[in-house]
Structures are given as C-alpha cells and as structure tokens.
Write a protein that binds this ligand. Structure first.
Ligand SMILES: *Cc1c(COP(=O)(O)O)cnc(C)c1O
Length: 823
C-alpha cells in the first residue's frame, strides 16, 4: 500500500487520458521511453495503471463495508485458479475505456491481446475446485457482497506440463512470481503469528476456571498479499488474501559468525518451505505432514485476520455470526472449526458452549467428493506433535457430539463408532469431513445428484441426526470470464440483440430463444463459431505442428486426467473410428478433430500412462496418409484457465462422460455449453441439470445411471464379457493391446489395455462403450445437418442462465450465509 501510494500518479486511467496514463507509468515508474517500449513494458505500464484504479475502488469498497456494518463472507480455499487479470479488470470497467485502451495500445504499435498474453496465470489450483473458488469471488464482487477470499501464496502452484517426444507428461516447476507479478497490493503489510508444536498446560485462573496455555511453540509469520477482485460493472472491488510463510528470525547472526551459513538461514528456509508448493493431486490426499501444516497455517492466519478486523471495528464477539460467515471449500480448511474454538475459548475467554454455538453459526462446509479415498483424515500423531491444544479441542467436540448421538440413538454403539470424529481402526485418525459436518450449520453438495448421494452415502448417519443441515447449491461459472472475455464475438452479438444486461443476469438470454429459429441469427452464430475455431486451429498448429480443418467437428474433452472421467472411453471411440475409416475410406461420417487437454497428478501412474497413449495414438493417426483430415487427434499441453478460455468458444462437442455417480458437478460442462457446444454425456453431476435446462432433444445422453453402476459393480463386473459380446470393442482393444500405436514399447499400451480388462474395473469403461458409440453415431448424423446442429447449439448457449455462478452465490447468500449485498 505504501508502495502503491508512492507511485500513485497525477494521471489516473480515465476516459480521454489513457495514453497519458500509460506513458506516465512507462516513463516515471518504469524508466522506459515510449519509443523503445517493448510489449512487456506496455503490459507492465498498463497493468500498474489498472491496478491503481482498482486499488482506489477497493479502498472505497472497504470504507462502505465498514460503514454499513454488513456481514462479510470469508471464502476459505486451499486453491484459487484465477486466470489472467488485465483483461478481466479492464472489461469490468466501462466499455468505452476498454475501447480506448485497445486503440491507444494500437497507436503505440501493439495489439492488446498480445499485450495481455504477457501475463502469467497464477496457477494456484489443480482444477475444478480452484476454478470454482475464482468464479465465486467474481460473482461475489459483481453482486456487491463484502467478501474476502483466503488462501495460500504458493511459490509453485500447479506445475507446467510439457509433453516429451515419446508422448509422456513431464512436470516443470514454474513460479508465477518469477517475473514481477503486478496484481498484488499491500505487499507484506499484514502479518500474523502462527504457532506449531510445543505443549499444552492447564492452569487455574483467579475464578478457579481451568485455562489452557499453549507454550514452547515454534512460530512463523504468515504474511498477507492481496489480489484485487473487481466486480463487473460494479463499484465493488474485493480482495483475495494469500498467506506466505516467513521466519520470525530470518537470519541468525551468531550462527553466521561461527561460520555456519546454513544454520543462519535455516529458519527462513523452513518458513518459506511451508508455502513453497501446492500438492498437485486433486483427488487423493497424500497425508503429508507439510500439507497438514499448510492447512493449519492458512486457517490460523485467516481467522486471526478476520477476528482482528472484527475487534478493530469494536463489534462484540458474541455478534460474530452476524458479522462473518466462513465457507469451507472442501475439508482442506476444516481446522477452522477447531482453531475458531481455540481463539474464542483460550484467547478471548469465552465459555465453551457459547463459543461452540458461534462456531457452528459462522461455519458452513461444501463437500466436493464422495470418493472414499479422497476423504481427508489426519493421524492423531500429527496433532499430538504439531497441534496439541487442538487435539484436546477435537476430543472435547467429539465427546459432546457423541453424547448427542447417544441421546438420540441410545444403545447404538456401532453408530457411535461409525460417527466418531476419530477413526479408531488402525492408526488413529481425525476424520476431517465429519469434523466439518459437526462444526457447520450447513453442508452443501455441488449438484442435485451429488447432494442426494452425499446424504445417502458418506453422510447418511449425519443426515439422520440433522436432516435440516444438508442442502444443495449447484455450481456455476463466471459469465464474465467464460463468455464476455473468452468469446468477445458472441458477446457482441448477444449485446447487439439484448443490450448488456446478460453480463450480470444470464437468465436474460432466455429472451433471445426465438433466435434459434431465425436463419440469419443462426448464420451469424455459425460464423462466430468458425472464427473461434480458426483461432484455435492456429494455436494448435503453433503448439503441435498439426493442421486441422475448421470444417471438422471440434470434439473436446478438457479436464484433469482421471480414470473416473474416462478419457479412455473417448479414446476407444477414436480407435474404433480410425478402424472404420481404414475399412472404408469413403465412409461419409463427418470429419473430426478430437482434442484432449489436462494434467495428470505426478504420482498417478495410470493417468500419466493415459496421456502417453493419447499422444501415441495421435501420432499414428495424424500421420496416417490414408486418413488425411478425416480424423485428427490433438493433446494440447499445459491446460490452464487461459488455454481453457481459448478452447471453450471453439468447441462443437463437449465430452462429459464420467462414470455416473463420480463427478460431483463439473463446471467445464457449463463453460462449453454456454459457448454453444453440444454435450455428449452421462447422467452424472450437473450434466443432469444441463439436460433439464436445454431439453432432452438438445443433448446426447448415454450410459448407465448411478443406480445401474452400483448394481453392475455388485454383480461383479466382467470386462471380458463386454469384449466377448461386442466385436467393434474387441477389435479396438486388440489394436491398442497389440502395441500398434506404441511400437517402441508395447508395454505403454498394455498397461492401459490390461487395466480396462481387469476384473471389476472400477470405472466400468467398457460397460458403457456400446451406448457411447451409439450416441456418437447420433452426434455424427446431426453434425451433417449444419443448420439443425447450429439451432441446437444456439439453444444450448441461451439456456445456460441457471449455471451462472451469480445464481450459485445468491443461493449461498440466502440459504447458507443469510446476507444482503452492500450496494
Ligand atoms: C473449468 C476448469 C476445470 C474443471 O473442469 P471439469 O470438466 O469440470 O473437470 C479444470 N481446470 C480448468 C483450468 C478449468 O478452467
């Protein structure tokens, strides 16, 4: 902040003075001459000017919030996948300003899109969960809510994915902070002490009450950095506060004087290591101690921050739940429940019962997965060693809780065992999901199906005890990033027809539904899709050297690589299609470009084998002269928000083909449909709600339902039986298994085919093959009817009103947080 005001210029970024504002930052702040300014210099200068503008609005927002004393939302998440900031900020201002910036940059000899491409994505997340958090921050600001995101400022967020010559994924560490990152404000101005280890001492105070002291701890600073979050066409600018670890004593001069340099800086190294890296796995927690420490670190800093603010505003602690709502994005911040109790009881002297009431009123929890292996538990031994006082608090919460269980279900000892916050089987562990349920007043799933399954499976005992606690809020996406910025051509068309209201009210697109039947509108819609495809085709050529035809169907599956998402089902269709084309080169089926993108967790060997196989199959097919441009397969490396923004608007077909019951919601499905892709998908996650919104005739649904999946597994699923009764499947698997696509190493294919054929294969890939192929045949047939395809595509885009994250946030606000906007 000090730095910001020091460079605060007499030339603000205003309509009519954009050039002066940029030149001012170039010359005065960066010391560059306008004539010799590089693309990067212009990016830097413009970013500083935009950030200053945001800062001013942010300060004003803070003042309004403090005056109005409205309730604040604190969104705690270990991941945020924001994407780039420059265009996002610029396009949140008036249109005229963006236009003038564009023209000014041109007059300086540059193109705004190229300038914007200088920016590094702060990749502080793995996938859907982190992107959801970013979409929610966008909506919170746009709707005028006072909201703060809290997370971790990893030096190394998600790795950069490089594809080797042999097709394998290699992970490259890349720091978004390596090159000066302009979007942070308040560098290091805020810090809190976070404690670890030590021991817990019980004493009696003057009133004879037992007090707990946590002593002999090893402490670190959590230093806060803010990223500003502008609301679209809204005066509200909120912030995302990210914590970075620093030593209390960064340098030990006595050690240095004894010649031990390593010891002199060891404390700083340890503190910084705490926030060095994001664990790059989004579905199987590895139970690493460092991860546990990261969770406590950011929870403790965030709670101190918000309680400190509450006290600074001289509001009584007993009113905390009227002043603050804390949303736990998955169980990663579940220690909030325990840390808030510790702060209220030990630091602020509150009675246990009163503190517990407040804690539950403040906290609510969003569940993101039903996979048992993805439910976090932490060894009791970690607590003993690192958080001894917290362990006592967990035990006390558990005692009170199990008493409540016993009161309602007397004599049901097994229920107590099942529901206990401590898993006593094997090494004793704290069940973080149960802790989150017990410590929250609301628990939500992220799509209707998911929320039902959550109540019926992992939390069924809890739903019997507290039925009113469980609810659904279907995920959504930020319209600004996924339509306004990602697809400027379509946005312009929509605004031409409707005015700009749809930007902040996606349901407004409904009014344009007639246009699906209007030939002229369809024509323009098609031309836009074509232009977007041309842009992506150019990128594909640059990245892969593969030439793709924009007449072909762009068939995309872009998401983390995971067996449950079934990229292999898609790949089987690719192979079968290839064989069909070899059999009959004159087959009239439409051309397709099948695109994949997504990262595999570095330790997930099967996911990495899948990437390698996709690339090897792509290599063979793309270089088979017999096939030409009838079928191309592309794996686009290093999927991130920026690449997603380019792919979504160019897609014709959206592959959402997870095993039913396994994808909690999905949000990629929403982004693609909003940009006019038709979905081929299973009855899973939000696909079901998308089907209801667009109509059965405008989506390609196939495959087993959740119930059928469960039944099939119970019968003892046999892949061999599927192969035996299906010749096309048999042939495709055999071609893969033969090593045809991986002549240098047959094993690269066999690991994958063996998995598909292994008895009881958990994701039932082959069991859905038949129906998937039939659905793909319907896709082909429709695509040949360009006009009808476009009509359905228009209907898809215009039906996405319910999937705006603005709608999600309004539901959280009404049914979970009980808040009103400031403005
Ligand atoms: C939307 C998004 C996701 C989530 O995709 P799903 O298809 O819902 O799994 C993951 N990564 C990025 C970069 C995204 O933008």
């Amino acid at each position: 902040m000090a730095q910001t005001s020091a460079i605060r210029s007499a030339v603000p970024l205003r309509l009519g003075a954009v050039r002066e504002a940029i030149v001012d930052r170039l010359e005065r702040v960066l010391g560059k001459s306008t004539e010799n300014a590089t693309r990067r210099d212009i990016y830097d200068a413009l970013s500083i000017a935009v950030r200053e503008e945001l800062t001013e609005r942010w300060i004003a927002t803070g003042q309004r919030v403090a005056r109005a004393r409205v309730k604040r939302i604190c969104y705690l998440s270990m991941e945020f996948l924001l994407g780039r900031s420059l265009i996002n900020a610029l396009s949140s201002f008036e249109d005229e300003l963006l236009t003038e910036v564009r023209e000014t940059v041109e007059s300086l000899g540059h193109d705004l899109d190229h300038i914007a491409a200088e920016e590094e994505d702060p990749g502080l997340g793995n996938g859907g969960l982190g992107r959801l958090a970013a979409c929610f921050l966008d909506s919170l600001a746009t709707l005028g809510y006072a909201a703060t995101g809290y997370g971790i400022r990893y030096d190394y967020g998600i790795f950069t994915q490089v594809i080797e010559k042999d097709g394998a994924q290699r992970e490259v560490a890349s720091s978004w902070l390596g090159f000066h990152y302009f979007w942070e404000t308040g560098q290091g101005g805020i810090r809190h002490r976070v404690r670890f280890g030590g021991q817990c001492r019980a004493t009696r105070d003057d009133h004879g009450r037992v007090r707990y002291e946590w002593v002999d701890t090893q402490d670190v600073w959590a230093v806060g950095y803010d990223l500003l979050i502008p609301g679209n066409r809204s005066p509200t600018v909120n912030h995302l506060r990210l914590w970075s670890g620093r030593a209390i004593t960064p340098f030990r001069i006595e050690a240095f004087n004894h010649g031990n340099y390593a010891a002199a800086v060891a404390e700083q190294v340890d503190a910084k290591n705490l926030t060095r890296v994001l664990y790059p796995d989004d579905s199987t927690p590895q139970g690493k101690e460092l991860r546990f420490k990261q969770q406590y670190f950011f929870v403790s800093a965030s709670l101190q921050d918000l309680l400190g603010q509450h006290m600074a505003e001289r509001r009584p602690l007993k009113d905390l739940s009227n002043a603050i709502a804390v949303q736990l994005n998955d169980t990663h911040p579940a220690l909030t429940v325990v840390e808030l109790m510790r702060l209220l009881v030990d630091t602020y002297d509150m009675e246990w019962a009163a503190a517990w009431k407040i804690t539950r009123e403040v906290c609510s929890y969003t569940n993101h997965t039903l996979l048992p292996e993805a439910l976090e538990t932490w060894p009791v031994s970690f607590f003993e060693r690192l958080l001894p006082r917290h362990l006592q608090i967990v035990y006390q919460i558990n005692r009170d809780f199990l008493e409540e269980v016993s009161a309602k279900f007397p004599q049901d000892l097994d229920r107590r065992r099942r529901m206990s916050l401590i898993n006593e089987d094997g090494d004793r562990r704290v069940r973080m999901a149960y802790l989150s349920v017990v410590g929250s007043h609301r628990v939500n799933g992220v799509a209707k199906l998911h929320s039902r399954l959550m109540r019926e499976t992992i939390f069924s005992d809890f739903a019997q005890l507290w039925p009113e606690r469980f609810t659904n809020v279907t995920n959504g996406i930020a319209v600004r990033r996924w339509l306004k910025q990602a697809n400027p051509l379509l946005s312009a068309l929509l605004t031409e027809k409707l005015g700009p209201a749809w930007e902040n009210d996606l349901e407004d697109l409904e009014r344009l539904k007639w246009a699906a039947d209007d030939a002229d509108f369809r024509h323009r819609f098609r031309e836009i899709k074509r232009a977007n495809k041309e842009r992506l085709a150019k990128t594909i050529h640059q990245l892969l050297g593969v030439t793709v035809s924009v007449d072909a169907m762009f068939d995309v599956q872009v998401k983390r690589i995971h067996e449950y998402k079934r990229q292999l089902l898609n790949l089987l269709h690719v192979v079968a299609r290839y064989q069909r084309l070899l059999d009959n080169p004159d087959d009239p089926m439409p051309k397709r470009v099948v695109m994949f993108a997504g990262k595999a967790a570095p330790g997930y060997h099967m996911a990495k084998a899948i990437i390698k196989l996709i690339n090897n199959i792509a290599h063979v097919i793309n270089n088979d002269a017999r096939i030409g441009d009838k079928l191309k397969v592309c794996f686009l490396p290093d999927y991130d928000v920026t690449l997603a923004q380019e792919i979504m608007p160019a897609a014709d077909l959206s592959e959402q083909i997870s095993t039913a019951g396994m994808e909690a919601s999905g949000t990629g499905n929403m982004k693609l449909s909003l940009n006019g892709a038709l979905t081929i998908g299973t009855l899973d996650g939000a696909n079901i709600e998308i089907k209801d919104a667009v109509g059965d005739e405008n989506i390609f649904i196939f495959g087993m339902t959740t119930e059928e999946v469960v039944a099939r597994r119970a019968q003892g699923y046999s892949p061999a039986d599927e192969v035996a009764r299906n010749p096309a499947l048999k042939r495709a698997i055999e071609l893969i298994d033969s090593g045809y696509f991986t002549p240098d190493n047959i094993f690269d294919s066999k690991v994958v085919s063996d998995r598909l054929l292994s008895h009881g294969e958990h994701f039932l890939v082959l069991a859905d093959f038949d129906e998937y192929m039939a659905a793909q045949a319907r896709v082909d047939e429709l695509f040949l009817n360009t006009d009808e395809w476009t009509r359905k595509s228009v209907i898809n885009a215009l039906s996405m009103g319910p999937f705006s994250s603005d709608r999600s946030i309004r539901e959280y606000a009404d049914s979970i947080w009980a808040i009103k906007p400031v403005l």
